[in-house]
Design a binder for this molecule. Structure first.
Ligand code: SF4
Length: 455
């Protein structure tokens, strides 16, 4: 058992995040909020990380990272960089140095970041600088969550529920109250993203009701992008797609995750490989400006050849965007229950899979445009959004860069209100349980009123 004494008063989950990249839960203990006089670190497995009280989190992480590499003999591509939004440090580094090359060198020195990841961040930053204009003041992004799915994926830790008709109707009734409230604030969204869950689980009437209410209540005159996750191919129908099109939704996601039928069964996705093709045919028939498809590296029992097949098949389908995920096995998922350390067993394999996807996608005209990391990802790696022909998703970029308010409606949605002059955010969460959300809808609205006004 390794013991890390970190000389800080306030608890900070970032340190544990870094330790977990290297060590299993049972192999370490982090001790904070202690009196230096009371500890002895002469045991060879105990380490006092920061002797000086005043040093900042990043410096502690760097010190901790160096210690972990010494203990384990391993390095990590992301060095001491922790957190969901790795592009933010790159933006800060550019603002500090005023030059992309210098920003890269700064990232490598400050976070002990590998060349590979530093290059990736700088490429993404450069893409965004050249192709994405800054958000106009007072614009917002709106997220609308539908927390229902046709079945539960083995790796899912979201607040997804198996959809039952009566329940979905009751949920929509509450959600519409929140939509009406947003209308009364006069907010003009730059983007709307209807996600989940699986929003395409709504039947045609429910779907038309939802998008109709959005149109009726919210001022869409400044809308630049309207996205809808038709995530599970088995929930897509031509009628639903036509409704989306009728309401000017031009960006949809159809998410195969894998083109291996065996894996689809293993992960409980209840759809077939043929179903992916059928959904694509329908979407192409209706004609959307942009289709995104998610695929996952590191699914159970998949070898590099299975993943390569998935990448090849997705490239043949030629969507505008491809999002490559590293499998995240978080608390509350079935996979985590079966094997809590699952995600750390195949880090090298997933790294090779990500490299393969990167190479093939780039050879076929795609480039990375946004990136995020999650907890418990295989190899502590990342998710990367690729685009071709400048078809990036504005909403994805804004939510990661945190320089625009994102207003989240529905159960499990957490709004983040941005105060540019103070460069800070206020988090305003809705409850995650959809039944509680329905019961407390007025509460959810009142929480927002304090920040957004309206009646
Ligand atoms: S589709 Fe997404 S939200 Fe639904 S069960 Fe699967 S991982 Fe969870």
């Amino acid at each position: 058992m390794y013991k890390f004494y970190i000389n800080k008063i306030t608890n900070d989950h970032h340190y544990e995040e870094l330790v977990k990249v290297f060590l299993r839960r049972e192999e370490y203990e982090i001790v904070m909020n202690f009196n230096k006089k009371d500890i002895t670190v002469d045991d060879i497995n105990s380490f006092l990380i920061n002797d000086v009280d005043s040093i900042e989190r990043d410096e502690i992480l760097r010190e901790l990272y160096i210690k972990l590499t010494e203990i384990t003999g391993h390095e990590h591509l992301w060095g001491s960089m922790i957190g969901v939004r790795p592009l933010k440090p790159a933006i800060n580094a550019f603002e500090l140095t005023g030059d992309l090359e210098k920003a890269k060198e700064h990232l490598k020195a400050y976070y002990i970041l590998s060349d590979k990841k530093a290059n990736m961040l700088i490429d993404i930053l450069e893409y965004q600088m050249n192709n994405v204009v800054a958000a106009e003041e007072n614009t917002v992004g709106i997220y609308i969550g539908i927390p229902f799915c046709p079945s539960r994926c083995a790796y899912c830790s979201f607040t997804s529920n198996i959809a039952k008709t009566g329940e979905v109707d009751r949920y929509l009734e509450a959600l519409i109250k929140e939509i009406e409230y947003i209308g009364r604030t006069g907010l003009k969204p730059e983007s709307i993203y209807i996600g989940g869950g699986t929003p395409s689980v709504l039947d045609e009437n429910q779907l038309e009701l939802l998008v109709g209410e959005i149109k009726e209540n919210i001022d869409l005159s400044g809308l630049k992008e309207y996205s809808f996750e038709a995530g599970r191919p088995d929930t897509v129908s031509i009628e639903k797609l036509k409704i989306l099109k009728k309401y000017d939704i031009e960006r949809i996601s159809i998410n195969p995750q894998t083109f291996s039928q065996d894996t689809l069964v293993k992960i409980g996705r209840n759809h077939s490989v043929d179903g992916i093709y059928r959904a694509y045919d329908m979407a192409k028939e209706v004609g959307f400006k942009s289709i995104n498809s998610d695929i996952i590296a590191g699914l159970p029992d998949e070898e590099i050849s299975d993943f390569e097949n998935t990448v090849d098949k997705i490239i043949q389908l030629n969507p505008e965007n491809v999002t490559v995920h590293s499998l995240a096995v978080k608390k509350g998922s079935k996979l985590e229950e079966t094997n809590p350390n699952y995600y750390r067993n195949n880090g090298e394999l997933v790294m090779n899979m990500l490299d393969l996807a990167d190479k093939k996608l780039k050879e076929n005209g795609y480039s990375p445009y946004y990136i995020y990391r999650q907890k418990h990802m295989a190899g502590a790696l990342e998710n990367i959004g690729y685009q071709r022909d400048k078809t990036h998703c504005i909403y994805n970029i804004r939510i990661m860069n945190e320089r625009q308010s994102i207003i989240a409606l529905g159960a499990g949605g957490a709004s983040k209100i941005y105060f540019p002059s103070e460069e800070r955010h206020e988090r305003v969460p809705n409850v995650s349980n959809y039944e509680v959300y329905i019961a407390r809808i007025e509460d959810m609205i009142n929480r927002k009123k304090g920040y957004l006004g309206g009646n």
